[in-house]
Design a protein around this ligand. Structure first.
Ligand code: GLU
Length: 498
């Protein structure tokens, strides 16, 4: 094995990146970074049936979005290419031939029908379905004769017939398997293409991979993989099986229960920083690191901090809980930290429909949009919410029932009079000093001097300006709307009251 650390992410292009796979990619990335190694992207597309057009491009794009950068891969190339398995058929053929020669594998000519009958018989006898190794004992001569006669075949791995197989996982230590439980599984299919189990191991070896991180659903394949290394007489890499990710109810994350595609999280307006911060805690925690400063008690981690504290040896083995509320918390945090410039740019795609609500060019201007976004920055959890939350700032007409203007026990006449007072106070404020703070001082001073209750005035004022039961405060809103629009909205409310 090479002494240089080389870690690979080896997704199958199924059309979207599963959130669990993003965690694999992130832990791959952090392992490579912390050990001064290289990160390699390899596309495992030998299962042609599952492939989706454009899937490789969208996969690479979403990984880029998440901030995971590769040193080698289909886009940037490298010395160990090609990095797409469908372009490596020749290599698998050669390696399979070499393994046949070494006696680690054999050609199997049993067709689908025969295998089906075999399975049915085994089922009837309540035996686990398994290939019965009919072709394992064919001599080379017999096998070649069949090949020359044009018989179709697969290549199977020759498993030990008895004994214990001990494999080593970096997190779990030694794990024992019984050879009797293993099947002579297929390495090369009848169409000449390799199975995942074969291509994956051949590539890891030829690409000089030093650390393999993968989901623990692959633990059951682990003995087969190690036996294949042994059959080739190759040194296996270090294996790190990542803990399962479960939802809050303890079940598996599934597409039915919500989104599992990273693209869906992006489309809902999760920031990549927040998603990555959330994902890194699925199975690892910075408190495990002795490099972590004591005074740091929160779980907010920048990519640099992750690289500083991460150590794959600190990854846990018990299932990690995927708690969307926690993700929302992180997202809200990163939204609040973000510069307004950047945030309003990111919000823009979610504001398209709102911009259609107005014919006023002032409300379509960049500066206005920025101020509207600022109104919501504190409470925004997902960027996609910005549309619904800020409709009222764009609409030329607000639609709400006049009953909403009524505060507690006041009646229509009183509310109307109060709004009139607010209107007159606001009218006096010059355009040049029209700002949330100024408006607040003017109105609050007045209410205080006159001994009036704030709710009696500020509730109807806020509803008049927003048409909503809950919204940002009236002064901030009026400040952003501007004098003309604010007065017009208050006037509309007065008219509504008859
Ligand atoms: N192509 C496999 C997958 O989709 C790779 C697993 C591994 O990392 O070995 O998950």
């Amino acid at each position: 094995m090479s002494t240089t650390v080389r870690v690979r992410f080896a997704p199958s292009p199924t059309g979207f990146l599963h959130i669990g796979n993003l965690r694999v990619a992130l832990f791959d990335y952090l392992t490579a970074k912390t050990l001064n190694g290289k990160l390699i992207l390899r596309i495992e597309d030998t299962d042609q049936k599952r492939e989706v057009a454009g899937a490789v491009d969208s996969l690479i794009d979403i990984l880029n979005w998440a901030g995971i950068k590769f040193d080698e891969g289909p886009r940037q190339g490298g010395n160990y290419g090609p990095y797409v398995q469908s372009q490596r058929k020749q290599i698998y053929q050669e390696q399979a031939a070499a393994l046949l020669k070494k006696g680690g594998a054999y050609r199997c000519f049993c067709g689908e029908d025969k295998l089906k009958t075999m399975r049915e018989e085994q089922q009837a006898k309540k035996l686990p379905p398994r290939y019965d190794r009919t072709c394992r004992d064919l001599t080379d001569k017999q096998a070649l004769k069949k090949v020359l006669a044009g018989e179709k075949f697969v290549i199977r791995q020759k498993m030990p017939l008895s004994g214990e197989i001990i494999v080593h996982d970096e997190l779990r230590g030694d794990i024992k398997f019984q050879a009797g439980d293993l099947e002579d599984h297929v390495l090369i299919k009848s169409d000449g293409l390799p199975t995942y189990q074969f291509a994956n191991i051949v590539d890891d070896h030829l690409m000089a991979i030093s650390h393999v991180l993968r989901g623990d659903e692959w633990l059951s394949s682990f003995p087969k993989n190690v036996l294949l290394y042994q059959a080739f007489n190759w040194q296996p890499p270090k294996f790190i099986h990542l803990p399962l990710i479960i939802n809050k109810d303890g079940g598996k994350l599934s597409k039915r229960q919500g989104d599992v595609a990273v693209e869906d999280f992006k489309n809902k307006g999760y920031l990549s920083e927040a998603l990555i911060n959330f994902i890194v805690l699925l199975g690892w925690h910075p408190s495990a690191s002795d490099k972590m400063p004591r005074e740091k008690t929160d779980e907010i981690l920048s990519q640099d901090e992750m690289i500083k504290y991460f150590d794959y040896q600190d990854i846990g083995t018990s299932p990690a809980i995927f708690d969307v509320e926690k993700l929302d918390y992180f997202n809200g945090y990163y939204i609040r930290q973000m510069s307004l410039e950047k945030l309003s740019k990111l919000c823009l795609p979610f504001l398209g429909a709102n911009l259609q609500l107005t014919s006023n060019p002032k409300k379509q201007a960049e500066d206005y949009i920025k101020q509207v976004v600022a109104l919501e920055q504190e409470r925004l959890k997902r960027l996609a919410e910005i549309g619904e939350l800020t409709k009222f700032m764009f609409a030329d007409d607000l639609e709400y029932g006049r009953a909403m203007l009524i505060w507690k026990k006041l009646d229509f006449v009183q509310v109307k009079a109060n709004l009139q007072t607010i209107f007159e106070l606001l009218e006096k404020i010059p355009q040049a000093s029209w700002q949330g703070k100024t408006l607040e001082t003017a109105i609050m001073n007045y209410l205080k001097t006159e001994g009036l209750k704030t709710g009696d005035y500020l509730w109807p004022m806020r509803v008049a300006l927003t048409g909503l039961k809950a919204s940002p405060g009236p002064f901030e809103v009026a400040g952003v709307l501007g004098k003309e629009e604010s007065l017009q909205r208050i006037n509309q409310a007065i008219k509504k009251l008859g």
